[in-house]
Write a protein that binds this ligand. Structure first.
Ligand code: GRG
Length: 279
């Protein structure tokens, strides 16, 4: 669940847009599809932190722009994140019964509907982003496709379930693709959509790559249970203390990338601290 007061204005804005999306912008074209819309809504509106879409809005702020301008990227990224969680929970992948303290999508609606809901949310994401009014929309769509597809999140998942011998390098790569790329594109994609200049764009790219890494390190520390060692985890290769030290170091580096954006980037700095405080 989201932490209290976690970017309340931004999360409210995102929540309102996600609710309106399946009700007003893309309503069911006939009554028989109502149950499937319920299946999509179940996962989309089930209390995620909204970490990635908040990042897109904070990127707009950092660039001195209205947060609404980054909404198409924010919503698209959250749709893709939600699809990835629904699919990841399916029996053929992680086979999880619970997510966010509630039954997983397939436990309520069945595997076929859950699979299709994931497909639908992924497809909608590109429709939402393509409708953005920006001369840079094509580049933003391409960046999102790269981050979510076989060279990004899906590729990371394939490496994760593969029968490979793991070393620190491969673990880092799996996390960068599987988790980091979507976090990175939440920031980079918003910067592209808003036509950020090359210097700001480079700073935001470096920041978001480091934040994606820090997010995964924090996740590993948060999930760590010495009685259930995880195969793909920094802790398995580096140990708890070294992982904590790396998290602090990477977080400091992320904040340093924002120097040329001044006070406008304070929200993005707070995100780094929010992530650090999870562990
Ligand atoms: C199935 C194509 C496909 C990809 C799956 C993202 C992913 C790849 C799997 C999810 C498994 C997992 C727990 C990855 C670790 C990082 C992660 C995505 C954590 C969940 O993100 P949060 O904490 O979730 O932002 P909330 O619930 O707040 O939205």
């Amino acid at each position: 669940m989201a932490a209290p007061n976690f970017f309340a204005a931004e999360t409210d804005l995102i929540q309102r847009h996600l609710e309106a999306l399946l009700r007003e912008a893309f309503p069911p074209p006939r009554a028989e599809l109502g149950k499937f819309w319920e299946c999509m809504r179940y996962s989309l509106l089930s209390g995620g932190k909204r970490f990635r879409p908040v990042l897109s809005l904070l990127t707009a702020k950092a660039l001195g722009r209205a947060v609404e301008k980054a909404l198409p990227m924010a919503i698209a990224v959250e749709l893709i994140h939600t699809y990835s969680l629904i699919h990841d929970d399916l029996p053929m992948l992680d086979n999880d019964d619970e997510r966010r303290g509630q039954p997983t999508n397939h436990k309520i609606f069945g595997e076929a509907q859950a699979l299709l809901a994931g497909d639908a949310l992924l497809t909608l994401a590109f429709g939402v982003l393509a409708r953005a009014s920006s001369p840079h929309v094509g580049e933003a769509v391409a960046a999102l496709s790269q981050a979510a597809g076989p060279q990004g999140m899906v590729g990371g998942q394939v490496l994760d379930i593969g029968d490979f011998s793991l070393n620190e390098d491969l673990v880092t790569e799996i996390h960068r693709r599987k988790t980091g790329d979507l976090i990175r594109v939440a920031v980079e994609g918003a910067a592209i959509l808003l036509g950020a200049g090359p210097k700001d764009r480079e700073s935001l790219l470096q920041y978001s790559n480091l934040l994606g890494f820090a997010f995964q390190l924090a996740d590993d520390l948060q999930d760590h249970d010495p009685t259930k060692p995880e195969r793909v985890s920094y802790i398995a290769t580096a140990g708890v203390e070294a992982t904590r030290a790396r998290l602090r170091e990477v977080s400091d580096q992320a904040v340093r990338q924002l120097a040329n954006l001044g006070g406008a980037a304070d929200g993005l700095r707070r995100m780094v601290h929010f992530n650090l405080e999870r562990v």
